[in-house]
Ligand binder design. Structure first.
Ligand code: SF4
Ligand code: MG
Length: 336
């Protein structure tokens, strides 16, 4: 079956004064209708750029894009600006990390939900206002009829995030891209918003791409996980596979820094030393090698000399053997 969204060998390069930055360097993934893909990585891993590119919202100046993005049979990289705008209204929508940048302080919350809705569906003013009230109710805003005429500053942070979700879902998008949608919120509200997204996904049948630096956010939400590092995918699999038997040293680091409610141990077992690499001069070979604590298990200079390939389907881009991957995980991470 054809994937609803298919990304093939995507490359996004920015030319800067200092040289070319390979923000996304050969990324491929598929997403089926109604499913959730978690894209996990540190800032600078290319996860946000990838998704802005899918939406056609990337900064076009000094940017070179190659590859293929096909949404429901339509090639997006060659689509016109006006086609993309139409698709962003009807077929895909985005939820940002910060509701304050997505919602204008000058207009009521209701108007900000109603206007794009009537623009994209041709609904009358009255219908659109009713839709805004309905959507505010669906995202759990109490007394939506009273709150529809409030301004964003009259909402709490959690309510604004809900309002933004209402705005994104009002037109029934088939693809929803959520970039760190809960990062700015406290843990309790975070959990509520994720639950809400899951419920709404059931109701609307949207496919979701959930972008996050926190594996915990996608653990209960995503069907599949793609781990990104330095503009490349380094591991992919079902959420169950990635959480139960992760294969890539970077994923081990992410996993071991996940806070566990059941544990008193707050120190990550396997911290990731150092910081993300420069994409101006990316490391040779495996981009993770300057931070990896397992290079001694791989023979010779392989880690710094040879770029590991991510296989199609379940797998990771790392030169360790399958046995080594399993053994290190069992010895190092699992005892916790
Ligand atoms: Fe570490 Fe080498 Fe695997 Fe890269 S290829 S993750 S450096 S062991
Ligand atoms: Mg980001």
């Amino acid at each position: 079956s054809e994937a609803f969204l298919s990304v093939r060998d995507l490359r996004v390069q920015f030319s800067t004064e200092d040289g070319a930055v390979k923000a996304v360097d050969g990324l491929s993934f598929d997403l089926e209708r109604g499913k959730t893909l978690g894209i996990v990585g540190e800032s600078g891993s290319g996860k946000s750029v990838t998704n802005l590119t899918v939406l056609g919202l990337h900064n076009k100046k000094n940017t070179t894009i190659d590859g293929e993005i096909v949404l429901d049979g339509k090639e997006l990289l060659t689509a016109s600006e006006s086609e993309m705008e139409r698709l962003r209204g009807n077929k895909m929508a985005m939820i940002f990390q910060d509701s304050l940048t997505a919602l204008s302080p000058y207009y009521t919350v209701g108007r900000q939900i109603a206007e794009p809705y009537s623009k994209h569906t041709g609904a009358s003013k009255k219908e659109a206002r009713d839709r805004a009230i309905e959507m505010l109710g669906k995202v759990g805003i109490p007394q939506p009829k009273q709150r529809v005429d409030d301004y964003p500053h009259q909402f709490s942070g959690g309510m604004r995030q809900r309002a933004m979700i209402a705005m994104s879902l009002a037109c029934n998008p088939e693809l929803l891209i959520a970039d760190e949608p809960t990062t700015a919120l406290d843990v309790t509200v975070q959990a509520q918003i994720l639950d809400l997204l899951k419920d709404l996904q059931q109701e609307f049948g949207s496919a979701i791409i959930m972008i996050t630096h926190d594996l915990g956010v996608v653990a209960n939400m995503a069907d599949d996980i793609l781990v990104m590092y330095a503009g490349r995918a380094v591991e992919r699999g079902s959420t169950r596979e990635v959480l139960k038997s992760p294969q890539h040293p970077y994923t081990w680091g992410l996993l071991s820094s996940m806070p566990r409610l059941s544990s008193d141990v707050n120190e990550p077992l396997l911290p990731i030393p150092g910081s993300p690499p420069s994409l101006l001069n990316p490391p040779s070979g495996c981009p993770f090698h300057p931070r990896c604590t397992f290079t001694d298990k791989v023979s010779g200079e392989r880690c710094s000399g040879e770029r590991p390939v991510l296989p199609v389907g379940r797998g990771s881009a790392c030169h360790l053997t399958a046995d080594q991957k399993q053994q290190v995980f069992i010895d190092t991470i699992q005892p916790r």
